[in-house]
Design a protein around this ligand. Sequence first.
Ligand code: ADP
Length: 381
Amino acid sequence: MAAKSDHVFVVDDSADNCFLLQALLEDENYQVTTLSSGIELLEVIGEQRPDLILLDVMMPEMSGYEATQQIRARADLPFIPILLVTAHERSNVVEGLDIGADDFIRKPFDADELMARVRALLRLKHSVDAERVITQQRDDFVSRLTHDLRTPLVAANRMLTLVTEDAFGDVPSEAKGAVVQTIRNNDHLLTMVNTLLEVYRYEAGRKETAIAPFNLKRLLEEVVGQLQPLAQEKHLALKLDDGVDYQGDERCYTLFGDRLELRRVILNLIDNALKFTDAGSVHVRFETVPTDAPTHWSIRVKDTGPGIPTADQAEIFAWFRPGKHRRSGSGLGLHLSQRIIAAHGGTLTLASEVGQGSTFAVQIPLQPILQDTAQRRQASQ
Ligand code: ADP
């Protein structure tokens, strides 16, 4: 017996066919709505959201294929299985399945077979819905948890900082050392929690990037400057290479993007390079590519570190895949970095050879002003 909530749309321009399907489905206690065209279907589907659509292929004005295609193109709709009802040859059915229908049945159909297909598609619908609910609950839980973790951590560090400043009376220097270490550990935990929260925002599609023009060279200088002490501590040469054909106009360094997010990516890549490299250098080079007719910004971070085995390279951007290096952390940084670059329409790739080092390469499409500049530059040549 069907669950009460199972609501089936029957879409057919023939009233007789609609009537027949409706009678069969109502016999099994499904709630049925009949519609006479694909256009009508598209009008009401957003509001009524049925659990299944039985869709005639051959209809005037809009075919069942076209209706299927339009439904599948709509991001606002949940998954609704579509069963095509067709009198057509096989090739057409293949086309229907390829554009997003889930099953088909040929007219004249056997009632038992039709009902078996209806039940199977409703089972599919229910399992997809259940999975979505679980994913949603998990996302909400993690996002709330990470949020709630941040507050006490920040508060604790504020309090501990006051302790190190002798705000509550003199603290012996040994105790101070321990408190400073605790603050550092908390900061590390806070960074992890922040990263996790960001990953979930991207994952849940709730991340909004604030795209605006900024000076890429300055951003890179800022990050390199920030990490220079770390490089010096490890006796590594950290160099920034400007590969831009500077035309005396600072605007040629303009990148349209979310500065904060891209800063996070660059910081992560250089920080990783320094963390995993024990001798040699970390080289950061930025330029527009390809040279003759630039379409993208390229930022490459090249190190002389241990390199990453080919077998691990495909996994390195997956989340919670920290790699096998003893200094590996949570394995979230590269995943988030790739997400951020993808949100800018770009790519983050890796070229690495064990014993030779690694190069992480970011490519981001040039944005309108820069494209104009590039075109103007080309035109003036
Ligand atoms: P985390 O550094 O916190 O582990 P990431 O996602 O930034 O997380 O990096 C994932 C893994 O990729 C690292 O744990 C490490 O094993 C490997 N990795 C990243 N960058 C480098 C690098 N420059 N050289 C060697 N291994 C690297």
